[in-house]
Write a protein that binds this ligand. Structure first.
Ligand code: OOG
Ligand code: MG
Length: 254
């Protein structure tokens, strides 16, 4: 693919320096294939700077998120070590353009997982599960984008925090969750919002990553997608999420 170097660099710089950029494909001319190629190339620039790939995020796996963002195709993005925020830490607002947060379930893999796998095969590759918060931060002005644009922008992914890991032997298909800001519940939901069962999100992750030539690896984290609409966050706020049986995860925006 040629001709997208410019937007690749613009997106990488926007993420690196937390600067917003205008939309570049409002006419929806970009193919999804080229959008993923721009994402790959922009994340490759981070890897060249020393970041390490640690997993994959799924997006628009819940109806709540599709409705909030007005898009209806499942998308995915790449996670690097620099995006992982420490549980309970103070996170600088200046890292972001206009951050939002959403409750997710995280999978930790103990085996590679590639291609068309069954739910049972996917489950057998899971080392542990944990409650997680994803900080999404579209690099586009006003958090507005088309489907190819958000894909090119690494599916808005900017940061993620993972709580304590738990055995995946308990049924996690319908765990209640409460996301709160400064102790006030702002979103209530269930892991069942994720394609009916978050395991389906992992099955989809195995398929899309293998199709991209980057199959899921042992040790990788897979974020299954936001189970509720995302919330804007502001400096001084403490953001937390408690998931039934799995404890809680949180951080402070400063
Ligand atoms: C796109 C990212 C979607 C999710 O969990 O559904 C996503 C966005 O909402 O900006 O991360
Ligand atoms: Mg998400």
């Amino acid at each position: 693919m040629t001709g997208y170097e410019d937007i690749t660099i613009r997106l990488d710089d926007a993420a690196r320096y937390a600067r917003e950029i205008p939309q570049f494909d409002t006419d929806n001319m970009l193919s999804l294939r080229d959008a993923y190629e721009i994402q790959r190339a922009s994340i490759a620039r981070r890897l060249e700077r020393g970041e390490r790939r640690v997993g994959l995020k799924m997006g628009f796996t819940s109806r709540a998120k599709m409705v909030q963002m007005g898009l209806s195709d499942v998308i995915w993005g790449r996670l690097t070590d620099a995006m992982q925020l420490e549980e309970g830490a103070n996170v600088e607002r200046s890292r972001f353009v206009h951050p939002r947060v959403e409750p997710e379930l995280a999978f930790l893999l103990k085996k590679p997982l590639a291609g068309n796998v069954t739910g049972a095969e996917a489950l057998a590759a899971v080392e542990a599960i944990a409650p997680a918060l994803e900080v999404i931060d579209s690099r586009y002005r006003d958090f507005k984008f088309t489907l190819p644009e958000v894909i090119a922008d690494n599916a808005s992914s900017s940061g993620f925090v993972v709580g304590g890991w738990h055995s995946a032997s308990t049924d996690f298909s319908n765990l209640g969750l409460v996301m709160s800001i400064d102790g006030r519940a702002v979103q209530i939901g269930s892991t069942a919002a994720l394609l009916g069962d978050p395991l389906r999100s992992l099955v989809a992750a195995a398929r899309v990553s293998a199709a991209a030539g980057e199959p899921l690896q042992a040790g990788w984290i897979v974020l299954a997608g936001g189970a509720t609409p995302a919330e804007w966050i502001h400096p001084g706020q403490h953001i937390a999420m408690r998931m039934q049986g799995l404890g809680s995860v949180g951080f402070q925006l400063v």
